[in-house]
Design a protein. Structure first.
Length: 259
């Protein structure tokens, strides 16, 4: 990514990590279009920061197709898409009532959403001299949090999807970059904003920007705090990492979040 001149679309950027990165991309000189489901937030952010804004539901294929047409039409120079939108919801797999609806909604947003967004933008991105698809996985793709099974699995999917399409698109000008957040103090789940064990949002976003600027060819964007999870199997301490993660998690009774 060239943050001094890119045109970047970020679905899922009305709050949390998405908004923090949108602000920093814009400060560096990029043109930023943000998408989200909450129209009042979009209007406020457009007024306060000058973002381009679009209403999008990334669980709805028609919404994705319509927004892609709109964004490409108004910003033909678009050359980066950050697949930020996602949900994280606690589940109880002891009975179908405890997980089935949640699991299906998580797959629709976290798995089908990125697939459909890439499908909607890939031909346009391939036509640019250089372009970027940034996927967003999680440290939980590498070590599971017991209360969010489908979220963990959806982020493992995003990781392997990123690895695979990077190989396929190596003959194009499209770079595939995977952002791998640790727990960050956002509203993704109840209590996350006040979780002292989670990384402060501004600290995370600043470190991400530093990594993007100093390691422009990196396949993964890994802040130091996420390496405890990301490399557990490589280090050989996976079982201990999983034990620590689930012994200290304060969100066992959390319900839902969306970014």
């Amino acid at each position: 990514m060239n943050l001094t001149q890119d045109t970047i679309f970020i679905p899922g950027a009305t709050s949390g990590i998405g908004l923090a990165l949108a602000l920093r991309f814009q400060e560096r000189g990029s043109t930023v279009i943000i998408g989200g489901r909450r129209q009042e937030l979009l209007e406020r952010l457009r007024a306060e920061h000058g973002f381009g804004t679009v209403h999008i539901d990334t669980s709805d294929p028609e919404s994705i197709r319509a927004v892609a047409t709109e964004v490409i039409g108004t910003h033909p120079e678009l050359n980066a898409v950050v697949l930020m939108a996602g949900i994280m919801v606690a589940e109880d797999w002891h009975s179908p009532e405890g997980f089935l609806d949640t699991a299906e909604a998580t797959v629709a947003t976290n798995v089908l959403g990125p697939i459909r967004l890439i499908a909607a933008f890939i031909e346009h991105l391939r036509a640019q001299p250089r372009a970027t698809i940034m996927t967003v996985s999680s440290g939980l793709a590498s070590a599971p949090l017991k209360v969010t099974p489908t979220y963990n699995a959806s982020k493992a999917f995003v990781h392997m999807l990123s690895e695979s399409i990077r190989l396929q698109l190596a003959d194009t000008g499209v770079q595939v970059v995977e952002l791998v957040p640790p727990a960050v103090r956002t509203a993704l789940m109840p209590g996350h904003e006040d979780n002292e064990r989670a990384m402060p949002l501004d600290e995370f976003a600043d470190e991400v920007l530093t990594l993007l600027e100093t390691q422009p060819e990196a396949h993964e964007v890994l802040v130091e705090r996420v390496k405890f999870l990301r490399f557990a199997e490589v280090r050989g301490d996976y079982d201990e990492v999983v034990r620590i993660l689930n012994a200290t998690d304060p969100h066992a009774n959390g319900t839902a979040g969306r970014r």
